[in-house]
Ligand binder design. Structure first.
Ligand SMILES: C[S@@+](CC[C@H](N)C(=O)[O-])C[C@H]1O[C@@H](n2cnc3c(N)ncnc32)[C@H](O)[C@@H]1O
Length: 340
């Protein structure tokens, strides 16, 4: 056996897959006229969206990705093109790279999806089966198996990082809501020997998570529950709810509903945890959050959120004491709040 056990840091792998967004982002923004507009004058996001005839929410994700890479900057709430962009990305400039970048970009699929979503603010109509299964509330077992395997790879290192957080040692029972393969709940249970964990997901995905629990030998303290979080009663008993990469699949409005459902099911003093890659509050980056947000834009109903946005969502449900800490697991942060 030559494989090594996972560590808490797999950021090089994340960088490899997120880097696929760099060229299409530039091409889509050149095509939309963004660098020309921001070379002429400084504009707020809403003003720029109107000028370019694109969706302001989608545009804010592109701007954050551009800003994190040094192509635009934000001052006093207005965006302007930097000298980097004005030198190399302005169609009237002697140094214009646009024609080259457009013809060298082989990822037409990603580019056309990003271009469409920038205009509409929605994911393109040809979305794959995964989100629609989530929205319908059921899916073929084979699709659930694929989701669990996909999420297991995606979440192994962040789960190990999160499991070290001391907050989980203060709980009796944690429910991992929208658990996927269950990797978070399993690792947190492993790190906290007195903790019980319930892995909750749609019934087909919960059945897959049960297989990961038994492969980990954690059946004594980790159970599963097949529950549609939007439509069915939530199991009672847990004093903590954990949502990892769940809020990023949904709109702020749906997240307010989810936060309220969690608030209602928790006892007084109970805790809610969100594990997400956070946008900064100014929406100027970081690149990893902005690129991940663009993935959510073209594939789900959601986006990556900032701590300020999560604070508003959680407080709207009644939670207090909202805070965030980096977990050391890749680019992730743990947002937490308390039911009074
Ligand atoms: C992006 S995945 C996150 C999985 C896991 N938390 C992780 O980070 O590895 C979102 C999860 O939410 C689950 N989900 C979607 N809609 C749901 C619903 N209505 N009720 C319960 N779970 C749902 C999906 O099946 C999926 O496992």
């Amino acid at each position: 056996m030559s494989a090594l056990p996972p560590t808490i840091d797999d950021t090089q792998i994340w960088d490899a897959w997120l880097s696929q967004f760099k060229l299409p982002i530039l091409n889509v923004c050149i095509e939309a006229g963004l660098f020309t507009a921001l070379s002429e004058e400084a504009l707020a996001t809403a003003e720029l969206a109107e000028r370019l005839n694109v969706d302001a929410r989608a545009l804010s994700m592109f701007l954050a990705a551009l800003c994190a890479q040094g192509y635009v900057e934000k001052r006093l709430n207005k965006w302007r093109a930097t000298s980097l962009a004005r030198t190399w990305l302005h169609p009237q400039g002697q140094g214009y790279w646009g024609q080259f970048l457009s013809s060298i970009d082989n990822n037409q699929h990603l580019r056309s999806r990003l271009s469409e979503s920038l205009k509409t603010g929605q994911r393109p109509a040809d979305v794959d089966e995964r989100p629609s299964g989530w929205e319908k509330g059921s899916m073929p077992q084979k699709v659930a198996e694929g989701i669990a395997a996909f999420m297991q790879a995606h979440s192994q290192a962040p789960a190990l990082g999160t499991a070290r957080m001391p907050e989980f040692g203060e709980l009796k029972c944690l429910m991992d809501v929208g658990c996927g393969s269950g990797v978070y709940g399993i690792e947190i249970a492993r790190a906290n020997p007195a903790l019980k964990v319930v892995l909750m997901d749609l019934k087909e995905v919960a059945a897959e998570a049960a297989k990961y629990v038994s492969a980990a030998g954690m059946e004594e303290r980790v159970s599963t529950a097949g529950v549609n979080m939007f439509e069915e009663e939530w199991p009672e008993g847990p004093d903590g709810h954990l949502f990892c990469n769940v809020f990023h699949d949904w709109s702020a409005e749906t997240n307010r509903t989810l936060a309220k459902a969690s608030f209602d099911a928790l006892p007084s003093g109970g805790r809610i945890f969100l594990h997400e890659i956070l946008m900064d509050d100014e929406y100027t980056g970081p690149f990893e959050a902005a690129a991940f947000s663009l993935l959510m834009l073209i594939g789900t109903l959601g986006q990556q959120y900032s701590l300020a946005e999560f604070k508003e969502i959680l407080e709207s449900a009644g939670f207090t004491d909202v805070r965030a800490a980096r977990t050391g697991g890749g680019y992730y942060s743990l947002v937490s709040a308390r039911k009074p």
